[in-house]
Write a protein that binds this ligand. Sequence first.
Ligand code: GCO
Length: 445
Amino acid sequence: MSELARTDFGDDFTWGVAHASYQVEGAWDADGKGPSIWDTFTHGKGRIRDKSTGDVACDFYHRYDDDTALVRDLGFDAQRFSISWPRVLPTGTGRVNRAGLDFYSRVVDSCLEHGVEPWVTLYHWDLPEALQQRGGWANRDVIGWFEEYVGVVADALGDRVKDWMVFNEPCSFMVVGHLAGVHAPGTRSLRRFLAGTHHVNLCQSAGASVLRAKVADANVGTTHIISPMATKADTPKHRRAAAALDAFANRIFLEPNFGLGYPTEAAGLLKGVERYFKPGDDEAIKVDWDFLGVQYYTRQQARPAPIPGLHAVPWIRHDYRNYEITAMGWEVQPDGLYESLAKVHAYDPELTLVVTENGAAFPDKVEAGRVHDPRRTAFYQAHLAEVRRAIADGMPVDGYFCWSLMDNFEWAEGYGPRFGLTYVDFDTQERIVKDSGRWFRDFLA
Ligand code: GCO
């Protein structure tokens, strides 16, 4: 691999870092915020590996200005963060919590003061608990609830925020949260999974329309985790398993919005989604994205399984092959990022792509005030080389966001796996820039 230079990626390329409300903010019940399904889930028993919660997390709620200064100090152009729906609408609809909305307004102002572009995700998994009580994503009324929420946020921030992502990784909260029950809301229900998936896909277009109606010059996208599927053996049975898994994990979340319908032919279980279709949905579900966010961590290995799809879950270990393994148990396979970009590119060669997440957890230690994480630096270099290759091959990739600015609450894994370019001491909230963060600072300078 020839040495990487920032200029290889072009002048208009956006370099950013990403994080999400529940994973960093803390202040779980401050200033009128309502509970989210993640508050309920972490406060319940036995769900999180280290029994932790996001009650305090990185305390971004109080430290956002210093953290945003750090984004600039590391040389990044953009900070991707998400809005907590119940901070803005404590019971999901109806009464707006001004204090919650003002918090996000301050974060946006802080970004602009530090010369950092705010990239906003509207939904990164923290549904208001009050809406879960009313059926959550499985209730078709969620489309109206979501439109109301998006409207409130767009009215408050749309004068300053231009870059929007409607969802973060529907596959993760649908497959892992609703089908496997490993994430909030912790249900194991094919019915909720299928109904919820269709409603989320409709909310993609409903949310995009609200943004376009309210925000002048909005750059509207969404994000998907893309998992290329490897097979254990090259037999028809294994190839069918890979095709079914691809349908479950990738295609059902991408294709309806492109106007291609659901890939029911690849996985019979998906046929159940048709029950939730209403006349007009075929048209209503289409979205003309300004960009699509591709998030990549590793390939999955498909095996013939009773419920195809369950092996799509990164939290379920696969059979290890001859690859380096991260602290999440995920294999390091940089060329899978190229493959993921190419997969989305094939749907629409004109569509702008942004890598909205990529990164890795490794066991980090503080030694004499420094964190030496050469494996993370090598991980980023190898993946960036794949982005460069995609651009050289003509794919319109316009940006790259590291997951994450700092170590944070890694969902069901708690605070064990550290994904940050910055180390967080969760007792003192001290931030220490890791060597990988220093590498980015030099690279971006
Ligand atoms: C996701 C989420 C992040 C995770 C990250 C590491 O991609 O799953 O957007 O919230 O923390 O991916 O697992």
